[in-house]
Design a protein around this ligand. Sequence first.
Ligand SMILES: Cc1cc2nc3c(=O)[nH]c(=O)nc-3n(C[C@H](O)[C@H](O)[C@H](O)COP(=O)(O)O)c2cc1C
Length: 497
Amino acid sequence: MSEKLVSAEQVAKHNNAESCWVIVNGDIWDVTDFLPEHPGGSKIILKYAGKDATEEYEPIHPPGTLEDNLPKEKYIGKIDPATVKEVAVTETKQAVAQDPNALPPLDQCLNLYDFEVVAKKVLKPTAWAYYSSGADDEVTMRENSSAYGRIWFRPRILRDVSKVDFSTTLLGQKSSLPIYITATALGRLGHPDGEKNLTIAAGKEGVIQMIPTLASCSFEEIVGARVREDQVQFFQLYVNANRSITEKLVKKAEAAGVKGLFVTVDAPQLGRREKDMRMKFDDVGSRVQNDGKESVDRSQGAARAISSFIDPSLNWKDLEWLRKVTKMPIVLKGVQAWEDAVKAAELGLAGVVLSNHGGRQLDYARSGIEVLEEVVSALKQRGLFPNPKFEIFIDGGVRRASDVLKAVAMGATAVGIGRPFLYAYSAYGHAGVEHALQLLKAEMEMNMRLIGAPTLKDVVPEMVDTRALSAHINSVPHSHGEQVYERMATAIGPAKL
Ligand SMILES: Cc1cc2nc3c(=O)[nH]c(=O)nc-3n(C[C@H](O)[C@H](O)[C@H](O)COP(=O)(O)O)c2cc1C
């Protein structure tokens, strides 16, 4: 690549569909011919024509995207820094508040909900909309946490709980908690270090991180951010219609020491997340009338655009192919009915994640914790549970160690947590995620003492009363964060937020 310096004034002339140049990380690219092909539509690029697009581009494109998708001759050169003031910079706000004093001290976050309160204040609106949204009316998203409110404890007394041990193994890999950090896409929307924040915190706190296919850091960056040699990571897989691309990805993950492959099976099409969609409309200039020339449907925002490769024809037969491609244990992520869990166990897969994708896919899908009850019962009837070679994970709405213990009592090996960790690092970087995990550990210790369980083996089905679970009556207001305890804004005074 030539290192020719080009002035900002020169770049600014290429500001339309006939000639469109953009600056990304100091490099200037001619994207004119690429405009009709851009999966997110041409308008979003044209908004930055002749300007610096780095801030908008970076969080949603892994490094190397431009190099991989554009012919070399479309590289124009480097922006001349001496002229850079003349370049109109993006109007987008910084992801995180400029003034660190605007953030409450980390130790004022006393539980996972507090991170949500803070993140809502500091995230730019597009990032907040993408992270926090659920599908359609968000009924399933709210139900995910409400369902835990319908399970009550039956604690036991007079047991020696002077020492409490909540360490465990997931797919044979050690974890300090029966919790893992689940895969969430587009990590750099919330923080410049994106998913690496999760890697660092997971390593320090001894938990396992699931790396998403659609991470905004590259796979190599995430693996490279491990803080310990023996740090374990899993990989979440979206299967590409072009199987050779998926095969390469899976082999790369295995070669990098990834210890489990979680194939997402609940997203043949992305759900409609309307909060996100409205934002995206705004972002691409909804106030400007669509000129009718644009053929790409942008209505589902960046997420839809970058996930268009996901193969909706994926089916049970493809698992035979996948098993030939890798020796990693294969787990299906997004199972929602006992029939499919039984089928997965009978096929000899390593496990299932009972999940509705954090309420982002099918609205009125039941919560993972409710599905867990029927799955365990169906597996037991067939002599397939307990089975150390088939593990049941669940995710969605888990915010307290008490939720985790309810799931473990009902037969889950571990639970995945998504949004709270995103919120924690968006506001505080990896330190936020470490603090969140420490809070969960403190809650675990206390709750295990109070239910009379010194180890996870002592957390048994008799310790929970699940009679109301499938009643689908919201016995607890849908947002614990707003209703159940004093909100952080009140606790520290609104001025600081
Ligand atoms: C912002 C966001 C992005 C996500 N991206 C993915 C993804 O790329 N692949 C996937 O399998 N699941 C994805 N999920 C679903 C999570 O893995 C998980 O099922 C869900 O977040 C659990 O619910 P919780 O956020 O309430 O903890 C995403 C969830 C969120 C909130």
